[in-house]
Design a protein around this ligand. Structure first.
Ligand SMILES: [Fe+2]
Length: 326
């Protein structure tokens, strides 16, 4: 399997902007990476347009090997307008993207796909899971039912917009050490949701056979970059499958390599998520020796509070650029 010599990851869409965050070297002084921020100068200086935040996520992953580079967009945010704005702010040419990978079929992750494909202006592969387009809706605690919220992610519609859906339950090789995890095995006890009671509030999905079932988001996949002499960098969309399970899946694909960084949605932000799950997740990340932890998007304030002060913790913001490797 190929490894990347280095990777640069730019946070294009996230729930937060924060111009006060400093640039920094590695929190653990390993010397193999740096973090730069879109900071106060860029926000105040009239030569720049300030970036925007929204409830969603999108990373630009640029993996290099020798003179070669592959550019992967992992998720595309909620609206498309914020992604388009921020790509313009950060000088990212949409037509330069080689692959899009969508973590799962929820709008805060796929929502910008049509806008992005329009801007790209050429046919770009869009990797996702077969079940990502199956109809989904939510049943609220007060009895209200949402509309089907993933109809815009039909694979025919993606094709019409200029994308080329690449459907896989297995890991997909996107080049130079970048792979999707494929479907994630759910084996960590505290990340398994409680037993399903039909009719209870929650997320629902209609199966291919037409049955209504609880939506356990089995289509969710992460993105892993294997960087030479560094280890694995793991990105999560929402981590409905569990962030610990996502790491274990990455280890299953790549073997027992060091986990240099984990970043993305940790799915711990619901008020109903037990505090214990926040603590168990952070303990597990420590046990797995994850060197840099950047909870984002749906991770929730309790996760940030619990990790605050830990040298491995990195606060997320749109415009954060992380570089790993030589
Ligand atoms: Fe999400």
């Amino acid at each position: 399997m190929f490894q990347a010599d280095s990777v640069t990851i730019t946070v294009l869409v996230e729930n937060q902007v924060d111009m006060l965050l400093p640039d920094q070297d590695s929190p653990v002084d390993s010397g193999d990476h740096c973090v730069s921020r879109w900071g106060l100068i860029e926000h105040f200086d009239n030569k720049h347009i300030p970036p925007q935040a929204e409830n969603g996520i999108s990373f630009l992953v640029e993996a290099r090997r020798d003179r070669h580079v592959t550019k992967v967009l992992f998720d595309v945010g909620l609206t498309g307008s914020v992604l388009a704005h921020n790509m313009n702010v950060f000088g990212v040419d949409p037509s330069s993207i080689d692959h899009v990978a969508i973590s799962h079929g929820h709008p805060d992750h796929f929502g910008g796909i049509h806008k992005f494909l329009e801007l790209a202006g050429r046919r770009i592969p869009v990797a996702t899971h077969h079940d990502a387009e199956l109809p989904r809706y939510a049943l609220m605690g007060d009895g209200r039912m949402s509309s089907v919220y993933n109809s815009a992610f039909g694979f025919d519609a993606i094709e019409e917009s200029g994308g080329r859906p690449v459907l896989s339950r297995d890991p997909l090789d996107l080049g130079w050490g970048v792979r999707t995890t494929g479907e994630i095995e759910r084996k960590t006890a505290f990340e398994v949701p409680p037993p399903f009671v039909s009719g209870n509030p929650g997320l629902y999905q209609v199966s291919r056979e037409g049955d209504v079932r609880r939506d356990d988001v089995m289509d969710e996949m992460g993105l892993v970059i294997d960087v030479k002499d560094v280890g694995l960098i793991i990105l999560t969309g929402c981590a409905h499958a569990g962030v610990v399970n996502t790491i274990l899946q990455a280890k299953k694909i790549y073997g027992d390599k060091p986990i240099r960084a984990v970043m993305g949605g940790f799915h711990l932000g619901f008020p109903t998520t037990p505090q214990q799950n926040v603590e168990l997740t952070v303990d597990a990340l420590r046990d797995l020796d994850v060197e840099t932890i950047m909870p984002m998007h749906c991770s929730g304030m309790r996760t940030h509070a619990h990790l605050h002060g830990d040298k491995r913790y990195l606060q997320p913001a749109v415009g954060t650029v992380l570089h790993f490797g030589k």
